[in-house]
Design a protein around this ligand. Structure first.
Ligand SMILES: Cc1ncc(COP(=O)(O)O)c(C=O)c1O
Length: 503
C-alpha cells in the first residue's frame, strides 16, 4: 500500500485554553478576553461631539453599552490566524472542485484593484474625476466582446446566475419588440441548477432536453421540443459533464430556424479562451463568470461579476447605464438606449471585481489566454488518463477542462462521499460530488497547478483505491485529521447553528 504524507496544513488542533473546552473547539473572542484589554489605540476624535440623544431615536438607545469582547491586539491576531489556518483555500491546497474553476487569483489583480484611483472612488463622483476607471471599464467591455465574438457587453450583472437572468430579460425584450411573447426556455438535462432557476425568475417555463450517452445534446429530442413558443435554448459548452459539444453549429441552426435565441451559459469559457468564440459558433447571447474564467475571487457567494455579451440584434435591449467613449476621446455613462431592459444592479456593477478581470486579461494577452485554456484542458485530460484504470470515466475522452469519474468500489461499501472525505486527510479539497450525475466526482484541476501537484493527486487517488481494498474502514470514517470529523451534512445545511451564546 502506498504511504503518503497528510498535509501539514491540516493538523489536529489543540486548544491552549485548558479542559473547559471540548477538544478541537476554538474559543470565541468573548471567551479569551479580560476586562480592560484593548486591541487598538484610537486617536482622539476631531469631529465635534454631538449628544447621541440628538441623532439616535430614543427607543433605540440602550441604558448600558452592549457587551463587546475585550481582547489585546496579539490575542486578536492569533485568534484570526488560527481560524484562517482552519480554512481550506486555493492559496493553501489543491482544490480540484469541478464546475467551480478554483484557479489561483494572481496577486497582481489585487494590487491593481487596490490602487487608490480604483479603490477610493465613489459612484457619485463626476465623470471627469474618474476617467481612468471609466476607460478601464470601457476597454474591459470591448475585450470581453472580442473574446466572445459578439457585438457588445454589459458589465452590470453581479454573478453568473444574475447574468443568466439579465440575458433572459434581454431575450424576452427582443421577442416582445417583435410582437411575440415566447414562454418556453429549453435547457439540456445536465444544465447547472441556476439555468432553470433563472427561467423561473423571468416567468418562463424551463423544458429539459435529453443528453445522449456520450454527454452531447440529443438533436432529435431538441427538434421535437423547439417550436414557435420557444424563447431560447440555454446551453453550456463545454457542458457540465466536461465535454465540448461539436454539434453546436447544428444546434444553433435548429434553434434559429424556429426564431428562438441560442444562449450560452459561458461559465466554462476557461476551456475555450482564444480557441473558439461563441459568436462564431452561432451564440446570440452569453454570460461570463469572471471568478471562473478571469481569476477574480470566488467563494461564499461572492463578490462576483457576470458580464453579458450580445449579438448585434440584441444590443438595443441591454441594461443602462452603459460606459461609452465620446468623440472627444473621454468616457462617460450613457442612458441613451430607449428599448433597454433598464438597470439590473445598483450603480455600475461590481467594479472592484471588474478591475481584477481586466488586469488578468491584460497581463496574459491574447496568446496567454489561449495558453490558459490549452493548459486547463491538458491538465484535465492528463489526470483522467492517469486515473482511468482505477477510476473509470462515463464519458469518453477527449475531455474539456474538467472530467467526471464514477468510483467503482465493489462490495466494500465505500461511497464517493467517503472518497471525497478521505482526500481531505491528504490535504486535497474534495471534488464536486454527485453533480451532474449521481455517484460521480467532477474533477477540475485548472491550468494553474504544476505537474508535481497533478502527480501527487494521482498518487493520492491510487493510494485511496488501495486503502479501499485493504482497509475500507479508514476511508469510511474519514476525515481523521480535521478539527471536526464527519458532519451531519443535512442538519448542517438545513439547521445551521451559527450563534454563540454566553453562559
Ligand atoms: C455552469 C454554471 N452556470 C452557472 C453558474 C452560476 O454562477 P454564479 O455562481 O456566479 O451565480 C455556475 C457556477 O459555478 C456554473 O458552473
Amino acid at each position: 500500500m502506498t504511504t503518503l504524507r497528510t498535509s501539514p496544513l491540516i493538523s489536529r488542533e489543540t486548544t491552549p485554553l485548558g479542559p473547559s473546552l471540548r477538544s478541537g473547539d476554538h474559543p470565541v473572542l468573548f471567551e479569551i478576553g479580560s476586562p480592560g484589554l484593548w486591541g487598538a489605540s484610537l486617536p482622539e476624535s476631531d469631529v465635534p461631539t454631538v449628544r447621541r440623544e440628538a441623532v439616535v431615536p430614543k427607543e433605540l438607545l440602550a441604558d448600558v453599552p452592549p457587551p463587546l469582547p475585550e481582547v489585546g491586539e496579539l490575542d486578536i491576531v492569533r485568534h484570526y490566524k488560527r481560524l484562517a489556518h482552519r480554512c481550506f483555500s486555493i492559496d493553501g491546497n489543491f482544490y480540484p472542485l469541478g464546475s467551480c474553476t478554483m484557479k489561483y487569483n494572481p496577486r497582481i489583480n489585487e494590487r491593481v484593484a487596490f490602487m487608490p484611483g480604483f479603490a477610493h472612488v465613489h459612484p457619485y463622483q463626476d465623470d471627469a474625476d474618474v476617467q481612468g476607471l471609466l476607460e478601464l471599464l470601457y476597454r474591459l467591455r470591448c475585450d470581453l466582446a472580442e473574446i466572445a465574438g459578439l457585438a457588445e457587453v454589459t458589465l452590470q450583472p453581479a454573478a453568473g446566475a444574475h447574468g443568466e437572468m439579465t440575458a433572459l430579460m434581454i431575450i424576452n425584450a427582443y421577442h416582445q419588440s417583435r410582437g411575440q411573447n415566447r414562454t418556453k426556455v429549453l435547457a439540456p438535462d445536465t444544465a447547472h441548477g441556476t439555468n432553470p432557476a433563472s427561467c423561473a425568475i423571468c416567468g418562463r417555463q424551463s423544458v429539459s432536453i435529453k443528453a445522449k450517452s456520450d454527454g452531447r445534446v440529443d438533436l432529435d429530442d431538441l427538434r421535437s421540443k423547439v417550436d414557435d413558443d420557444t424563447a431560447a435554448l440555454m446551453i453550456t459548452n463545454p457542458n457540465t459533464v466536461g465535454i465540448f459539444d461539436e454539434q453546436i453549429a447544428d444546434i444553433a441552426e435548429i434553434v434559429h430556424a424556429k426564431g428562438a435565441q441560442l444562449y450560452l451559459d459561458g461559465a466554462n469559457m476557461n476551456a475555450i479562451l482564444g480557441i473558439t468564440r461563441p459568436g462564431d459558433f452561432g451564440v446570440d447571447c452569453m454570460h461570463y463568470n469572471t471568478h471562473k474564467t478571469f481569476s477574480t475571487p470566488h467563494g461564499g457567494g461572492g463578490p462576483g461579476a457576470g458580464p453579458v455579451a450580445v449579438a448585434e440584434h440584441l444590443r438595443p435591449f441591454i441594461p443602462v447605464p452603459q460606459v461609452i467613449r465620446k468623440d472627444d476621446g473621454t468616457y462617460t455613462w450613457s442612458d441613451d438606449r430607449p428599448q433597454s431592459i433598464g438597470k439590473v444592479r445598483s450603480f455600475f456593477g461590481q467594479v472592484g471585481i471588474l478591475v481584477r478581470a481586466y488586469t488578468y486579461i491584460r497581463s496574459l494577452g491574447c496568446d496567454g489566454l489561449r495558453d490558459v485554456s490549452e493548459k486547463a484542458v491538458l491538465a484535465a485530460n492528463y489526470l483522467a488518463a492517469k486515473l482511468k484504470d482505477r477510476y473509470p470515466t462515463p464519458f469518453p475522452p477527449p475531455h474539456a477542462h474538467e472530467f467526471i469519474l464514477v468510483p467503482q468500489f465493489g462490495d466494500s461499501g465505500v461511497t464517493e462521499l467517503d472518497l471525497a472525505k478521505r482526500l481531505i486527510d491528504y490535504g486535497i479539497h474534495p471534488p464536486t460530488m454527485s453533480f451532474p450525475i449521481h455517484h460521480c466526482l467532477m474533477i477540475e484541476p485548472t491550468e494553474t497547478e504544476s505537474l508535481a501537484t497533478l502527480d501527487r493527486f494521482v498518487e493520492v487517488m491510487l493510494a485511496i483505491a488501495d486503502e479501499v481494498e485493504q482497509n475500507p474502514a479508514v476511508v469510511k470514517s474519514a476525515p481523521h485529521t480535521t478539527p471536526v470529523r464527519r458532519l451531519d451534512e443535512v442538519a448542517a445545511s438545513r439547521k445551521p447553528n451559527v450563534r454563540w451564546r454566553a453562559g
